[in-house]
Write a protein that binds this ligand. Structure first.
Ligand code: HEM
Length: 205
């Protein structure tokens, strides 16, 4: 089944590499003072690379949204309210118990449904909530002069920073869980192979 068109594969590999750069430089900045020894990358270098990667990530994100708006891939992200919670629970039960007992995937992949309910929910949350928030708060930190001065007496810059760090943390956790769930195809490597070739090879996931 051809599920991953070229543009989504290109978007994804650029996004994944940039995420790694942003996490390494972000953690470096968080734990390295201007005069302290570098944690992973020196402070000034971390700022420079973080800003550079963030600008490319933003452009790449616009391509992701446009691609999903103008191609059929966007339909894969539509969450239907009917049975939403019960489907999510079925998938969770499968990941927690069923798969260890050799049960079949409850939502096998088809061309119209390449994501299971949990994947869909986490992709929508990451791509349409967390990434936009991390980008908007990042812009606010890059251009402090445009950021709201204070909200109920609390510095707008600090609130923006908290939002940025929280979303960055959430996305880092997402990435770890995402990579783990990508090993749960018919073979541990099959989903990774699919993201490289474009073809999903399996009849049970
Ligand atoms: C080294 C890091 C990463 C690896 C190895 C990886 C691996 C994969 C694989 C194998 C798939 C295809 C299976 C599936 O559809 O679920 C996939 C899809 C996807 N990944 Fe990742 N991923 C990484 C990082 C990320 C990051 C950082 C994000 C977003 C913040 C992300 C978002 C997505 C999305 C939205 C899809 C579905 C794309 C589509 O088909 O429309 N991934 N990833």
């Amino acid at each position: 089944m051809y599920l991953y068109p070229k543009w989504i594969r290109l978007w994804h590999v650029i996004n994944a590499v940039l995420f790694i750069v942003l996490i390494v430089t972000g953690v470096s900045m968080q734990y390295t003072d201007k005069d302290q020894a570098a944690l992973i990358v020196g402070f000034a270098k971390a700022v420079k690379w973080h800003n550079f990667a963030a600008v490319i990530l933003t452009v790449n994100y616009i391509i992701f949204v446009a691609g999903n708006l103008f191609t059929n891939n966007g339909r894969q992200y539509n969450i239907k309210r009917k049975n939403f919670v019960s489907d999510l629970m079925t998938q969770l039960k499968y990941y927690a118990f069923g798969m260890f007992k050799g049960e079949k995937h409850p939502f096998p992949v088809t061309e119209n449904r390449k994501f299971n309910p949990l994947q869909k929910f986490s992709y929508v949350l990451a791509m349409y909530v967390a990434v936009p928030l991390v980008i908007i708060s990042g812009i606010g930190l890059l251009f402090p002069e445009i950021t709201v001065k204070a909200v109920f007496g609390i510095s707008g810059l600090i609130l923006t920073d908290i939002l940025h760090i929280t979303m960055g943390f959430f996305l880092s956790v997402f990435m770890v869980i995402h990579i783990y769930t990508c090993t749960l195809g018919s073979k541990p490597t099959s989903l990774f192979r699919g993201m490289i070739t474009g073809y999903h090879v399996s009849d049970d996931h």
